[in-house]
Design a protein around this ligand. Structure first.
Ligand code: AP5
Length: 215
């Protein structure tokens, strides 16, 4: 297997970027946030354990995350290319991922670190709306639906994620600084970190990444 990581604070645009890259690269998008939200909605044991941490904007335990990633990788053919979004989020998860690369004879080729200032992150998160049925992501100013509150794709109702309230966002930003930002140095040391200016449009950001990937 081969993999890249999309690293960045809450609202940096990891999910939006992954959607654009997936069509152009064929990399399989693995978002731990999406996996956990599905588990919460389905009421699985993982979802029930993760819910309280997610509601507060705290991280779910490394053991749970590494287990669901291992299971997800195992579902795909051996030579698959993965794009991790929102994972790893701690040094322990990064070390666990190193072990998974050994287990699956894999290579981590790039870690794209999305650079966005805090004021922009806040605006992106407070304005985000998500379709209840298909999960499509909108933004009240940057990507409004044609009809307010209604998904353009399937007419589903748009809602605001529970962790997109301003107080929870501020906690998520703190958690990112304390627990996830140390990964920047971890991957810099390995020589695979690529800083990406992610303040422009999603298409501009995707073009910068595709250029590095030579696609
Ligand atoms: P997760 O879902 O991973 O949340 P996050 O990292 O905080 O990231 P977001 O999904 O909020 O933002 P994003 O960067 O994908 O931005 P998006 O593209 O949507 O995790 C949620 C929770 O799950 C965590 O708090 C934790 O509890 C738990 N969890 C998940 N993974 C975990 C792990 N590995 N370990 C432990 N716990 C874990 O864009 C945001 C908005 O901005 C959208 O409205 C979009 O339209 C807009 N937008 C995007 N890009 C642009 C752009 N370039 N210009 C203008 N607008 C833009």
């Amino acid at each position: 297997m081969k993999a890249i990581i999309l690293l960045g604070g809450p609202g940096a645009g990891k999910g939006t970027l992954a959607g654009l890259l997936q069509g152009k690269t064929g990399y399989i998008h693995i978002s731990t946030g999406d996996m956990l939200r599905s588990a919460v909605q389905a009421g699985t044991p993982v979802g029930n354990e993760a819910k309280a941490s997610m509601d507060k904007g705290e991280l779910v335990s490394d053991a749970i995350i590494l287990r669901i990633i291992d299971e997800r990788i195992a579902e795909e053919p051996e030579n698959s290319c993965f794009m991790f979004d929102g994972f790893p989020r701690t040094i322990e998860q990064a070390e666990g991922l190193d072990q998974l690369f050994k287990k699956y004879s894999g290579t981590l080729t790039h870690v794209f670190c999305l650079d966005v200032d805090q004021a922009t992150l806040l605006k992106r998160l407070t304005g985000r709306r998500v379709c209840k049925s298909c999960g499509a992501v909108y933004h009240l100013q940057n990507k409004p639906p044609r009809k307010a509150g209604v998904c353009d794709i399937d007419g589903g109702e748009l809602y605001q994620r529970a962790d997109d309230s301003e107080s929870t966002i501020l906690n998520r930003l703190e958690v990112y600084k304390k627990q996830t930002a140390p990964l920047i140095a971890y991957y810099k040391k390995q020589g695979i970190l690529c800083d990406i200016d992610a303040k422009g449009s999603p298409e501009e950001t995707a073009a910068l990444v595709l250029d590095v990937l030579n696609v």
